[in-house]
Design a protein around this ligand. Structure first.
Ligand code: ADP
Length: 590
C-alpha cells in the first residue's frame, strides 16, 4: 500500500526541503496540541485541592494563549508547504504526460481512447497529487501523531487506562484493511467507467453535426444516459464502502470512550488517578479519533493514488514503436534530400490483417512530381505515409538519398517535409497563426506569407472574412468552408517551402478550376523540389513526371500521362469520364 510513496520517492527527494519543513512543523504542532489538556487537567486538580488563586489563573491563561498563537502560525506554515507540494507533483506529472503524448505515434492513439487519456491527465493525476498532500498528512497523523498521543497518555496519565482504552484498535486496523481492498477494486472500475464517459462526451461534441443531421439526439442521449448510469453505479459502489468507514470508526471510538470513562472512574475512586488526569485523558482520547480515522483515509488515499499512478506509469512506459536511430547507426546524408526510392515495399498497419501495400517499387528524382491515383482505399495515403515514419518500418526499403529512412535522423527527415493530410486540422487561432504554424526556422517574412497565400489561391477568400487574415477560425471563431480549410492547410505547408511536399487528396473540396490554379502555382513556385500528389481528380496530376495507379495496395499501372492514356486501362477510363463530367458541369455553369 505504501508502495506509492516509494514510487513517488523521486519527487520527495526533489522536494525534500519542502517536506522536511512540513514534517518538522507538523511534529512541533503536535507537541503544542498535547500541552493544553495537560494544563487544563492540572488546573482542575489545583481547584480540587483548593489551591487556585489569581496568579495561577493568569499564568495558565497566558500559557494557553501563547500556545494558541504559536499553533496558528505553525499550522499555517505546514499546511501551505504540504499542500503546495501536491500541486507541484500534479503539474510535474502533467507536463511529463503531455511530453509523452507529443512523442507518441498514431499506433498509440489507435490503441488508447482519447477519453481515457484525458481522464489520466485530470482525475488520475488528482489522485496522485492527493497522495503527495493529504496522503502525507494522514500518514504522519496515523503514525507519529498517534504515537505521540499514546506515549503522552501512558506516561503522563496512566498506562493501565491507556491500554484498556485502546483495546478496540486492532479490530479497527483489520476492518480498515479489508475495506481498503474492496475500495481499491471498486475505485479502479469507477475510474475506467469515467474514462469511457469522457470518451462519450468527446465523441458527441465532435460529432454533433452528424448526430443532428441524422436526428440521433435522442439515441445519443439515451446511450450517454447508460454510460453515466454506469459511472454512477460504480461510484456508488465506492461510496458504499466509503460510507462504512465512519460508522465503524464511531462505534469503535465509542467503545474506547466507554472503557476510558468507566475504568477511569474506577481508577479515580481507587486514588490511582486524579480527576484532572481523567479529564485530560478524555480529551486525549477525543484527539485520538482523528489519527485512527486517518488510518482509514490513509489506506483509501494510498490505494487510489497507487492505482492512478500505475495507470499513469503504464501509459508513460509505452515505448514508441518508431525509434529514433541510434547515433552510431545514423546514416550520413546530405542536408537536402536526394532521390526517393521505394524498393519492394510491403506494409501492413499494426491493426490490419492484410497487407495494405504490396511490393511497391518506384524512384523519384529530386525536383520531380509524383502523381498517385487509385480508388478509395487503394493505399494512396499509406504509400505517402511510408515517408513520414509514423509506423514501424515496412518490409523492403524506403530510401532517401540512398539511405533507408529508418537510419536518417528524425528531425532532419521531418525538416524536409510539408504534409497536407486528407483531414486538415486548424487550431482555433487566427488564419495568420494557422499558416505561420508551418514555419520551422523562426518567423517568416510578410512576403513569404503573402506568397503562400497566393500560391494556395486563398487571396480572394481573405476579402470575405470579417477580419481577413486576423479572423479567428475553428471552434470559437468563424467556420471556414471545406475548401478554404484545405487551402489554409496547403498555405501552411507551402510557407516553409519544403524540399518534399505531400498533398494527400488535399484538394478534394475545392472546385476544378481552383485546383488547376493551385497545381499550376505549385509547379511554378516549386521548381527543383519534389512533390507527391495523391488525388481522385486526375487532371491534377496529368502534368506529373510519373504517375502510379494503385489497386489494393499494389501498383496496377504506372507511367506518364501519355503512356497511361496509350495503355488504355483504369487511368484512361477514369480520365475520360472525368473530362466529360467536367465539360458537362461547365456547360451547366454557362
Ligand atoms: P486511400 O488513401 O487510397 O484512400 P488508404 O491508404 O487510406 O487508402 O488505405 C488503404 C487501406 O489501408 C484501406 O483498406 C484501409 O482500410 C487501410 N488502413 C488505412 N489506415 C489504417 C490504419 N491506421 N490501420 C489499419 N488499416 C488502415
Amino acid at each position: 500500500m505504501l508502495s506509492v510513496i516509494r514510487k513517488l520517492s523521486w519527487f520527495f527527494r526533489q522536494e525534500w526541503r519542502r517536506y522536511t519543513v512540513a514534517v518538522v512543523l507538523l511534529v512541533i504542532s503536535g507537541v503544542l496540541e498535547i500541552i493544553p489538556p495537560m494544563l487544563v487537567g492540572r488546573s482542575i486538580d489545583t481547584i480540587h485541592i483548593g489551591g487556585m488563586d489569581w496568579n495561577v489563573i493568569v499564568l495558565t491563561l497566558t500559557q494557553l494563549l501563547t500556545i494558541t498563537a504559536a499553533a496558528y502560525i505553525i499550522n499555517f506554515a505546514w499546511h501551505y508547504k504540504l499542500f503546495g507540494g501536491a500541486f507541484v507533483v500534479e503539474r510535474l506529472m502533467r507536463s511529463r504526460l503531455m511530453r509523452h503524448f507529443l512523442r507518441m505515434r498514431p499506433s498509440f492513439y489507435e490503441r488508447n481512447r482519447t477519453g481515457d487519456l484525458m481522464a489520466l491527465a485530470t482525475n488520475d493525476l488528482q489522485a496522485v497529487s492527493q497522495t503527495a498532500g493529504f496522503g502525507i498528512l494522514t500518514f504522519m497523523d496515523s503514525t507519529l501523531w498517534m504515537m505521540t498521543l499514546l506515549v503522552t497518555m501512558t506516561v503522563f496519565v496512566s498506562w493501565k487506562l491507556t491500554l484498556a482504552a485502546i483495546l478496540p484498535l486492532p479490530a479497527m486496523a483489520i476492518l480498515v484493511s479489508v475495506y481498503g481492498k474492496w475500495i481499491h477494486k471498486r475505485f479502479m472500475a469507477a475510474q475506467d467507467a469515467f474514462g469511457s464517459m469522457n470518451d462519450g462526451v468527446l465523441e458527441t461534441i465532435s460529432g454533433i453535426r452528424v448526430i443532428r443531421a441524422y436526428v440521433q439526439e435522442r439515441a445519443a442521449e439515451s446511450r450517454f444516459a447508460a454510460v453515466t448510469k454506469d459511472v454512477l453505479d460504480k461510484n456508488i459502489a465506492v461510496v458504499k464502502i466509503d460510507a462504512l468507514f465512519e460508522p465503524t470508526m464511531k462505534i469503535l471510538t465509542g467503545a474506547s470512550y466507554l472503557i476510558g470513562l468507566g475504568y477511569g472512574a474506577y481508577l479515580v475512586y481507587h486514588n490511582e488517578l486524579t480527576i484532572g488526569g481523567l479529564v485530560a485523558f478524555n480529551v486525549y482520547l477525543g484527539m485520538l479519533i482523528w489519527p485512527m480515522f486517518a488510518i482509514g483515509e490513509l489506506i483509501n488515499i494510498m490505494q487510489r493514488g497507487n492505482a492512478s499512478l500505475d495507470r499513469v506509469s503504464g501509459t508513460l512506459d509505452w515505448k514508441p514503436d518508431v525509434e529514433e536511430p541510434e547515433e552510431e547507426k545514423q546514416a550520413r546524408v546530405p542536408d537536402r534530400p536526394g532521390a526517393i526510392e521505394f524498393r519492394d515495399v510491403t506494409f501492413r498497419y499494426p491493426s490490419s490483417s492484410v497487407d495494405n501495400l504490396r511490393d511497391v517499387s518506384l524512384v523519384l528524382q529530386p525536383g520531380q512530381t509524383l502523381g498517385i491515383a487509385g480508388r478509395t482505399g487503394s493505399g494512396k495515403t499509406t504509400l505517402m505515409k511510408q515517408l513520414l515514419r509514423e509506423y514501424p518500418p515496412a518490409q523492403g526499403t524506403v530510401a532517401i538519398s540512398g539511405a533507408p529512412i529508418e537510419t536518417i535522423d528524425m528531425d532532419l527527415l521531418k525538416s524536409w517535409y510539408g504534409y497536407v493530410p486528407q483531414e486538415q486540422f486548424l487550431f482555433s487561432r487566427t488564419v495568420r497563426a494557422n499558416i505561420l504554424f508551418g514555419t520551422r526556422r523562426g518567423e517568416s517574412t510578410e512576403e513569404e506569407l503573402q506568397n503562400a497565400i497566393a500560391a494556395s489561391a486563398l487571396a480572394g477568400d481573405m476579402a470575405f472574412l470579417p477580419k481577413g487574415l486576423e479572423t479567428t477560425v475553428g471552434e470559437r471563431g468563424v467556420s471556414l468552408s471545406g475548401g478554404q480549410k484545405q487551402r489554409v492547410s496547403i498555405a501552411r505547408a507551402l510557407i516553409a517551402d519544403p524540399d518534399i511536399l505531400m498533398l494527400d487528396d488535399a484538394l478534394s473540396a475545392v472546385d476544378a478550376r481552383t485546383e488547376a490554379e493551385i497545381v499550376n502555382n505549385i509547379r511554378t513556385t516549386r521548381a527543383g523540389k519534389t512533390t507527391l500528389i495523391a488525388t481522385h481528380r486526375l487532371s491534377a496530376i496529368q502534368e506529373a513526371d510519373w504517375i502510379v495507379v494503385l489497386d489494393d495496395g499494389a501498383i496496377a499501372e504506372q507511367g506518364t500521362h501519355e503512356q497511361l492514356m496509350e495503355r488504355g486501362g483504369w487511368y484512361k477510363e477514369q480520365y475520360e469520364r472525368q473530362q466529360v463530367d467536367a465539360k458537362r458541369s461547365e456547360g451547366g455553369d454557362a
